[in-house]
Design a protein around this ligand. Structure first.
Ligand SMILES: NC(=O)c1ccc[n+]([C@@H]2O[C@H](COP(=O)([O-])OP(=O)(O)OC[C@H]3O[C@@H](n4cnc5c(N)ncnc54)[C@H](OP(=O)(O)O)[C@@H]3O)[C@@H](O)[C@H]2O)c1
Length: 306
């Protein structure tokens, strides 16, 4: 990769933390955290974000940072839109000026979750929550900025560290006698490490393809929207039950809660979630030859490393 490096946001998060490691071999990584560049700085017109991009002059801006508190977003829409839409627009505007490429992450929650078929990239969106709407607005803002970009929509992100469903369930399973988990939302858990590895592979491929042209030109063929979620499908209940069963097998002496399946109607939350979160990832595979890891395989790996 050339001397111009990578600007990475959200490196204290699940995906950003993995990217911080995975992207190192590809070039110099600058990774400002919230205390250095606040991505909600609407009042200050994102001065620090703009200045950082102008100073670093990255070849790539990789943006896994997001306001991800799905339920809290219902009562803090301004904050969700600031980080998930406005900051993304600024990244796009600044990237466009210096010829950088933006790699951005989005979510299955841009869909309304009706039907049972896995969504393809061209399917109609229809978010049912503030979070989903703010993420969709971020996608559109990036496209409108005119910057070369790729957007990876993922789902149910988890890993061995960070705040995620798997670690919460395992903690609760050790604390309680029984747990009730929603069994009528379908989707696929996605390993943060797999997403980061995919991102690095995509970057490498685009760099190779741009050997005879500019990176921006190469992105005309490789850019756009991609679905990137774990292969296979399950429900939150299926995910929790499988995780607890595997831990039980490894630690027969541990006392772990029984997991019971419940409908969403028995677990009301401030934000609505789509029933169908399945994402069809064929485009990613066709374009880059990258197949996302089956969620059961990644779960086995994550549990073996805990
Ligand atoms: N988690 C999921 O289940 C899921 C599902 C589908 C899609 N996604 C998408 O995947 C991407 C990565 O998600 P993740 O799970 O890695 O998220 P995460 O663990 O919640 O991390 C979010 C990151 O964004 C940073 N951030 C938030 N507000 C900020 C602000 N105002 N200024 C600067 N930094 C800020 C956080 O910094 P602090 O540590 O300072 O808060 C953190 O580093 C996001 O685009 C998300 O929308 C996630």
């Amino acid at each position: 990769m050339t001397a111009r490096g990578i600007l990475l946001t959200g490196s204290s998060g699940q995906v950003g933390g993995e990217l911080l490691r995975t992207l190192q071999p590809l070039g110099a990584v600058t990774a400002p955290v919230r205390g250095q560049v606040d991505l909600a700085d609407v009042a200050g017109d994102f001065r620090l974000l703009r200045e950082t991009i102008r100073q670093v002059r990255p070849r790539w801006i990789v943006n896994p940072a997001a306001y991800t508190a799905v339920d809290k977003a219902e009562s803090e829409p301004e904050l969700a839109y600031a980080v998930n839409r406005d900051a993304v627009r600024v990244m796009g505007e600044e990237a466009q000026k210096i010829g950088a490429v933006v790699l951005h992450f989005s979510t299955d929650y841009v869909f309304d979750g009706t039907g049972a078929k896995a969504y393809v990239e061209s399917d109609a969106t229809g978010p049912v929550s503030v979070y989903g709407a703010s993420k969709l607005a971020g996608e559109l803002a990036l496209v409108e900025s005119g910057a070369a970009h790729a957007i990876f929509r993922t789902s149910w992100v988890y890993g061995g560290t960070g705040k995620n469903f798997l670690l919460t369930i395992l903690r609760l399973a050790r604390e309680k006698e029984s747990l009730k988990v929603v069994a009528d939302q379908y989707g696929a858990p996605t390993w943060s490490h797999d997403l980061a590895a995919m991102t690095a592979a995509v970057m490498q491929r685009c760099e190779t393809e741009s050997a005879d042209s500019s990176l921006e030109e190469a992105m005309q063929g490789f850019g756009g929207l991609y679905h990137a979620a774990g292969a296979g499908e399950t429900t939150w209940f299926g995910f929790a039950a499988k995780a607890v069963r595997q831990v039980r097998e490894r630690e027969p002496e541990s006392k772990l809660a029984e997991i019971a399946a419940i409908p969403t109607s028995e677990y009301p939350t401030p934000a609505r979630r789509p029933e169908n979160s399945r994402l069809n990832c064929d485009r990613l595979e066709k374009q880059f030859g990258w197949r996302m890891m089956d969620w059961q395989e990644s779960l086995r790996r994550v549990l073996s490393e805990l």
